[in-house]
Design a binder for this molecule. Structure first.
Ligand SMILES: Nc1nc2c(c(=O)[nH]1)N[C@H]1C(S)=C(S)[C@@H](COP(=O)(O)O)O[C@H]1N2
Ligand SMILES: [Mo]
Length: 520
């Protein structure tokens, strides 16, 4: 192998060691504050909305894994060039390390959940380790006693090949070992959070959910269950590392404009209140027509309106000065919800449980908001730790700053779940089935059209509540050939789902869902 390639390899090994050193330091200081998470978080925040929408559509919940792999590839490329350059110009070793460390430091210090200047330490440690190792390895690529080997001098045999291979191997092995150590350290640090969830027994709800009647659930093969199992529930958030919050030390503050008695609640305080359990269909604004980012879960928690009234808050309709409830999560995410909606009598919850269990970490443990009828980005703050009353005119939360609408009630939607696009069913009776949702308004009717034929009213499952989706099915007498199936719903106010196609940005997609099939 050429010396310059070996120097590139030295860069890779040194870069890897630098990264491991930085991440290990972070695991000790403040889990989740490593340079990878910080830079990744900054990349996510800086990504234009159009690219983010594309990434969610293209990669779904894997978007974060894809981002991580991409970052590692870019980093590897930089490290290779760093090593190769360091062979010719020694100063490139510290300078290159400093540049990357600066990137990590700036990202770590400017994250919304950054706590102190100590967040810069991991990147500094990484930079120092990387510089030292690279200089050391490159030293082995030089002739005896450090005399640089000039290209073509014929003295290539003099450099310490065995020493280089040995050093590089030791460094790589040490990095792998340290990363394993850092991982288990991270797990140990998360131990309190894990234990606080594992030992948690949710009290029974004072106001239980309405039992799901027989007629609510259709079990048509190829459709989703009425209640979405937690493991199948979609996940959308900007958290590269899922926050693992210790319920024992978690606190929720309620403060701001028009708050007469600010609240500061522990998790135990929450559980002391009356818990209500409700089935609520949650929808993501990034859901495309026919898309998967909608789920129906049984949430348990306290009524947000109760907390607000206890704090002396009045909604705008009662002369209150605030019209926006801004929720903040432990990772710095902000969401803004119309205060009027939270206090108008709907089951707006500060949820602590999902489908009979404490919230999973990925879904917001120990507490999150769920507000029927509003897209998740304006209502469903996970890992919530702060509620602030303010005005829409005075504050724009995270997504609004990035071009999404301030107010975003869920649009009426219907979806065909079976047959799947481009399916090849046999002619005869084919079950067409799916769901429709129009939270707060309810679904009154669903119609199906085959090709350009007449709209036909489908068989609707019983309504559970206005805040849950409604299943439907239609036995279709399928004839051979290509067919387009189109569905549309009418909500409880009699308004029909619009045919007008709109993209997800800024306030949710609209249009009819169609599926093309070939009947054999
Ligand atoms: N802290 C935090 N809460 C968040 C988000 C986020 O990125 N961070 N994303 C919101 C969005 S866009 C949606 S659709 C819902 C999704 O909730 P789920 O992941 O439990 O399905 O969470 C909301 N709450
Ligand atoms: Mo969302």
């Amino acid at each position: 192998m050429k010396r310059v390639s070996l120097a590139g390899l030295a860069g890779l090994v040194s870069g890897g060691a630098a990264l491991v050193a930085a991440e290990t330091t972070a695991a000790v200081l403040h889990p989740g504050s490593g340079p990878l998470a910080a830079v990744g978080g900054a990349v996510i925040d800086a990504t234009p909305t159009a690219v983010k929408t594309w990434a969610i559509r293209r990669f779904g919940t894997d978007d974060k894994a894809v981002l991580l792999v991409g970052m590692l590839l870019v980093l590897a490329l930089c490290a290779f060039c760093w090593g190769a350059l360091g062979l010719r110009r020694r100063w490139a070793a510290p300078v290159g390390a400093l540049l990357l460390a600066a990137l990590g430091m700036i990202a770590a210090l400017t994250r919304p959940d950054s706590r102190s200047v100590a967040e810069a330490v991991p990147s500094l440690v990484g930079g120092a380790v990387g510089t030292w190792l690279l200089l050391h390895l490159i030293g082995r690529l030089d002739g005896p006693r450090g005399t640089p080997v000039s290209p073509g001098s014929g003295s290539e045999a003099h450099w310490d090949r065995r020493g280089f291979v040995a050093s590089a191997t030791v460094a790589a092995a040490a990095s792998v070992g340290a990363s394993v150590l850092a991982r288990s350290l991270g797990e140990a640090r998360a131990g309190d959070a894990l234990a606080s969830r594992a030992t948690l027994e949710l009290p029974a709800a004072g106001s239980p959910a309405k039992p799901v009647a027989e007629g609510v659930e259709r079990r048509v093969p190829g459709t989703k269950p009425f209640l979405t199992p937690t493991r199948d529930f979609y996940r959308v958030d900007t958290a590269l590392v899922v926050p693992r919050v210790d319920a024992g030390t978690w606190r929720l503050r309620l403060r701001g404009t028009g708050v007469r008695r600010p609240l500061r609640l522990s998790f135990a305080d929450l559980l002391d209140r009356e818990l209500v359990e409700r089935d609520i269909t949650l929808t993501c604004v990034s859901n495309e027509i026919g898309g998967p980012y909608v789920g129906n879960a049984r949430w348990i928690g306290v009524r947000l309106a109760d907390l607000l009234r206890e704090a002396g808050v009045a909604p705008p309709s009662r002369g209150g000065p605030a019209d926006q409830l801004v929720s903040r999560s432990v990772d710095g995410m902000t969401l803004g919800t119309p205060l009027e909606d939270v206090m108008d009598g709907r089951d707006a919850l500060l949820a602590v449980g999902m489908n009979g269990e404490p919230l999973p970490f990925a879904h917001g443990f120990p507490a999150r908001m769920v507000v029927p009828g509003l897209y998740g980005y304006v209502s469903a703050c996970k890992w919530v730790t702060d509620l602030e009353l303010t005005a829409f005119a005075d504050y724009d939360p995270y997504w609004v700053k990035r071009g999404w609408a301030r107010r975003a009630p869920v649009k009426t939607q219907s979806r065909i779940d079976t047959p799947k696009p481009f399916a090849r069913p046999r002619s005869g009776t084919v079950m067409v089935a799916g769901v429709a949702w129009a939270q707060r308004r309810g679904v009154e009717r669903v119609e199906l059209r085959v090709d350009d034929g007449p709209w036909r009213t489908v068989d609707l499952a019983e309504e559970h509540t206005r805040d849950t989706w409604r299943q439907w099915s239609f036995p279709w007498a399928a004839t051979p050939g290509n067919h387009t199936l189109t569905v549309r719903a009418t909500d409880g106010t009699g308004e029909r789902q619009t045919r007008r196609r709109a993209p997800t940005v800024p306030d949710g997609a609209s249009g009819w869902h169609s599926v093309v099939v070939t009947v054999d």
